[in-house]
Design a protein around this ligand. Sequence first.
Ligand SMILES: [Zn+2]
Ligand SMILES: [Zn+2]
Length: 304
Amino acid sequence: MRKRIGLMLAVLLILIAAVVLLDGRQDRPQGKFMIRLLLSADRSTLDISLEDYLIGVVLAEMPASFELEALKAQAVCARTYTLKKYFSASSHEGEADICDDIRHCQAFVTPADYLKLYPENQWAVDKVKRAVMDTRGEVITLAGQLIEPVYHSTCGGHTESSQVVWGTEHCYLQGVPCLWDSSSPYYRKVANMSVEEFRKNLNLDAKTPPIPGELESTENGTVAQIAWGKIVMSGQQVRQALALPSAKFTIAVNGDQVAVTTRGNGHGVGLCQYGTNGQAKQGRNYQEILHYYYQDITLYRVEY
Ligand SMILES: [Zn+2]
Ligand SMILES: [Zn+2]
């Protein structure tokens, strides 16, 4: 098995070397792994070294107050995501590899812009830079392929499988217990609204009682299906309609008020950022944490 994985990784390395040499982007500076970033503010592109780009991503995607090992785990996820984009056909204008639109790719802020907002936070830039440089070249692979390194803010006690949330099976994206994210501000949240507002947002008519007739949840608490009479919705649809932080929710009614209690923030698949920080606080390193949230993976260092 070990030999087979070694061979597959060798294939990956050859593939990467070949693409770097043959991708026809010789106009970019040599000696560094350069990527082209599309900036959504003015639709301009920026050629930037991979590691400089990743510093901007980690600054934007995770609080720098998190443990260094948590920031390293985030850096490895962000690098894996970026290289996956780099090696797939560009879906961006200007032949950009990736963009800074959080709904499409990854958030990004330049250290200069970050320091304009937080002038006291040079320590944050230095810490994130260290997390990126200490993991230089490291990516997450499985069977010689880069994985989809999906992550979310807070799972609320247990992550979910990709199969449950998106209907796509990935052996490395199974639900695992997460005992380290209870200090997250999103661990448990209650959204209060009037019955009228609740019905309006869900398109229920005035006669429908707000308590659903049926509510099916996964064993980890994500609402799979919910029904009010003939109106049937998925947990994700209700999450969107009510702008809930996650699809792990319960509904309670008190008079003319509805309380929707959610656990977690985000889709709950893959790495849990607050859980990562909690594990790092307990002394686990970024490699152990990545192996925990992504099962059966191999961490691999790409040379460039
Ligand atoms: Zn994009
Ligand atoms: Zn968690």
